[in-house]
Design a protein around this ligand. Structure first.
Ligand code: PGA
Length: 254
């Protein structure tokens, strides 16, 4: 049987609440068909405000809703933050963390991202953990050591049992080279094969289970064929090309 592929739409802050709800309402029947025949999982990550109406809209369907971030804290006086517990109560079962835009604009550190990861695991939400090197790291041949550093604490904590990941919870690791996010430039096959082979070996060595390795960065209807041929990749985190429903549908179906 064909391996399952996951398609995660990351709308960032590109659509307002009305546009996010319309994206779903106007294409509702087609969206419901997407996960049916194609061994496909769909996760839509809207802004926080659309999470509740969308989990209601897609209740009892196979469409999943995810958040784009969560707090590092469990509860307390943290004005403006959203805790993982609330996401879980809304049946928002996925959450992106560590996106390069948050690392850059919100100065998030690997420790912050680890704390968010821990919150998500404790509240039974699948983390979609983003990581990746800058173009400069790549030119200076530091890619693997940068990635290793970004993943190190999380891997060690799972391996040593400090983080107790429930067996049914999948962890999505999203490799997103920074030079490819929103630029239209994608890595070559050789680069991707090296990275994913290294990642799978590491996952194997550390005895980690329930991990899916996905890719994000300028995925579109023109290049999706190239990516889908790479068996080491379990799915895609799609930004710009997920804003237009027809393009997203093509990426899933092509
Ligand atoms: P992009 O964004 O598809 O627009 O490159 C991907 C992402 O930032 O997750």
């Amino acid at each position: 049987m064909k391996k399952e592929k996951v398609y995660i739409a990351n709308w960032k802050m590109n659509l307002n609440i009305e546009e996010e709800l319309n994206w779903c309402a106007q294409n509702y029947d087609v969206i419901l068909e997407l996960p049916k025949n194609l061994n496909t999982k769909i996760v839509l990550c809207p802004s926080f405000l659309s999470i509740y109406p969308l989990t209601q809209m897609f209740k009892t369907t196979e469409i999943n809703i995810g958040a784009q971030d969560c707090s590092t804290h469990n509860k307390g006086s943290f004005t403006g933050q959203i805790c993982a517990e609330s996401l879980n109560r809304l049946e928002c079962n996925y959450c992106i963390i560590g996106h390069s835009e948050r690392r850059e604009y919100n100065k998030e550190t690997d420790q912050d991202i680890f704390n968010k990861f821990e919150q998500l695991i404790n509240h039974k939400i699948s983390p979609i953990l983003c990581f990746g090197e800058t173009p400069k790291d790549n030119i200076e041949k530091r890619t693997l050591s940068i990635i290793e550093k970004q993943l190190d604490k999380i891997f060690t904590s799972i391996k040593t049992g400090l983080l107790n990941v429930p067996k049914y919870l999948t962890i999505y690791l999203a490799y997103e080279p920074l030079g490819s996010i929103g630029t239209g430039i994608i890595p070559d096959l050789n680069h991707l094969e090296n990275i994913y082979t290294w990642l799978w070996k590491k996952i194997d060595l550390e005895n980690l289970t329930n991990i899916k390795l996905i890719y994000g960065g300028s995925v579109n209807e023109k290049n999706i064929h190239f990516f889908k041929k790479i068996d080491l990749i379990d799915g895609f985190l799609i930004g710009t090309s997920s804003l237009n429903f027809t393009e997203f549908e093509k990426i899933v179906k092509l």
